[in-house]
Design a protein around this ligand. Sequence first.
Ligand code: GLP
Length: 245
Amino acid sequence: MRIICAKDYKDVSRKAANIISAQVILKPDCVLGLATGSSPIGTYQQLIRWYEKGDLDFAHVRTVNLDEYVGLSKDHDQSYAYFMRQNFFDHINIDQANCNIPNGMNPDAEAECARYDAVIKSLGGIDLQLLGLGPNGHIGFNEPCDEFVKGTNKVSLTKETIDANARFFASRDEVPKFAYTMGIGSIVNAQRVLMVVNGANKAQAVRDCFFGPISPRAPGSILQLHPDFTLVADEAALSLVKDLL
Ligand code: GLP
């Protein structure tokens, strides 16, 4: 585990974008695992700027997103499919036929999860997986639970996650209660994992996941075992572990 201390959100975003850029330059047809949430937005903005300057080419890049809310169509403005187009795909030269995301409108969870696992397999796995971290330590939408789930699965969102994500919806009642998420197995099978974390509200999760025991109660903790895991975090997110670095 490599921990990179950044000053603030902007610094986190630039450092993470540098790492992703290197991946795209080294392997132009790489498979990027992508994340949503507020944490990676600055990283995407930086990558867009470098694309606009001519430094990056996404023409051959393939992507798999971590998760999607069950019941939201790809055109719903809070769906993760919409988020990805708004915040990244519509601004770069990626072929959106190469961009994969779980289909939140498929009511058959078993079929959708099997389909998504087959997509990941057909791509030959993930070269670099970008992650945020939930305030409760979740990665993707793999919530704290009793066991690590390997493959894509349908999860019941915790009250804490619904509360945290309510800020994006008109009311708390509108936040979906379920999501499809890539499993922990697919995430840890990525060749490289890069996590971006900022803000004091993540400090406890950082401590629990990366300085505590490896446990499905703190899902991100599994990354302690990954051979190429980089955490890029700002001072606020590292505030509870600064004496341990
Ligand atoms: C969301 C997403 C995660 C994300 C996390 C943190 O619910 N499913 O992929 O990492 O919660 O979100 P944020 O970056 O907005 O704090």
